[in-house]
Ligand binder design. Structure first.
Ligand code: MN
Length: 129
């Protein structure tokens, strides 16, 4: 079965772009438009990875990640954060929230796919799906 990626991104153009890039590589993509939606979808059916935009309206990507990592149902799911720009302190904020990695925007397609592939392939802990 193709790995399922939950794509949390508030910008429609970015959602379309990332979906296309991931689907070409055989991933199944589920879309969320903000952190609350991402959290609900992750809990309902934990994906193999969350691609998490940090800057979203309402619940942002870092808060959604904190909640995903605090929930036994979803804590094993890797979260790859997308940050709007590389700024001092970003890295620390992202990792403190529990993200497993991050990529600054604009994202390079090759790098994105490499990181996604590596995190999806990572062995899951006992009790994980
Ligand atoms: Mn955004």
């Amino acid at each position: 079965m193709s790995p399922k990626i939950l794509l949390a991104e508030d910008q429609p153009m970015n959602r379309k772009l990332f979906r296309e890039i991931l689907e070409v590589k055989g991933y199944t993509v589920v879309e969320a438009r903000d952190g609350a939606e991402a959290l609900a979808l992750a809990r309902a059916d934990p994906p193999d990875l969350v691609l998490m935009d940090v800057q979203m309206p309402g619940m942002d990507g870092l808060e959604a990640t904190r909640r995903i990592k605090a929930d036994p149902i979803t804590r094993h799911v890797p979260v790859l954060a997308l940050t709007a720009m590389a700024m001092d302190g970003d890295e620390e904020r992202v990792f403190r929230a529990g993200c497993d990695g991050y990529l600054p925007k604009p994202v390079r397609i090759h790098t994105l796919l490499e990181r996604v592939e590596a995190l999806v392939a990572r062995p899951k802990p006992d009790g994980g799906e």
